[in-house]
Design a protein around this ligand. Structure first.
Ligand SMILES: NC(=O)c1ccc[n+]([C@@H]2O[C@H](COP(=O)([O-])OP(=O)(O)OC[C@H]3O[C@@H](n4cnc5c(N)ncnc54)[C@H](OP(=O)(O)O)[C@@H]3O)[C@@H](O)[C@H]2O)c1
Length: 182
């Protein structure tokens, strides 16, 4: 089973701007069912999700807000890491803290035939990499530089480029994580 960090990024390696806004990303042209597209990735490869509290909070405020509120968008079980008590929403959401490695086997079991999607942020993906549990990194590069923000992957990590594609405004790259033998 594959554990994959799939995200969009600015060309200078930020997944959100310093105010945690994604306005630089959301209005761009993309075919979500096209080459390396998000919807196909989600449908074909994702059996479980994991995210940090900033990503979860962004989703709750931006995707669920409304009158009436929209439902949690994922059918797959989702782990949310935080040291705090976060506002709860309906859905198969498992609130967790501490070592991601200690929870990884549960995620893989829940994912069944599919893989685990590390939604973000970058440090959370780095925690999986630190534990030798991150297999792939997929990045959809938007044609913009942000100068500062939430980092894509704040680690020293060797990757091998496996695939590239253009999806409208985005340059998409799929990498495997190289595990260096000691
Ligand atoms: N461009 C994209 O496609 C994309 C994709 C995903 C996310 N995003 C955005 O990027 C930003 C990412 O924010 P971020 O860098 O702050 O990352 P994040 O992973 O979303 O949130 C980080 C927080 O998660 C909690 N956390 C992480 N690891 C933990 C652990 N092992 N145990 C307990 N808690 C843990 C901590 O919060 P507590 O203080 O709650 O403990 C930490 O401050 C968000 O704005 C998000 O919306 C963009």
């Amino acid at each position: 089973m594959t554990t994959t960090y799939f995200t969009a990024s600015s060309v200078d390696g930020f997944i959100a701007d310093p105010e945690h806004s994604l306005s630089w990303l959301l209005l761009r042209d993309v075919d979500v069912r096209g080459p390396m597209g998000y919807e196909r990735f989600l449908e074909e490869q994702v059996g479980a999700l994991v995210m940090g509290s900033s990503t979860y909070t962004w989703l709750v405020k931006n995707e669920l807000a409304g009158d009436p509120p929209k439902p949690w968008p994922y059918a797959q079980p989702t782990w949310v890491f935080s040291t705090r008590d976060l506002p709860r929403v309906d859905g198969d959401i498992r609130y967790a803290h501490g070592s991601v490695a200690a929870r990884h086997a549960e995620m893989v079991a829940a994912a069944g035939e599919r893989g685990v999607w590390v939604v973000g942020g970058g440090d959370l993906a780095g925690q999986f990499a630190d534990a030798g549990l991150l297999d792939e990194v997929w990045v959809q590069y938007a044609p913009v530089a942000l100068g500062a923000g939430a980092p894509l992957l704040p680690r020293v990590l060797e990757l091998r480029l496996e695939e590239v594609a253009r999806n409208r405004d985005f340059a998409c790259a799929r990498y495997t994580v190289v595990r260096l033998s000691s």
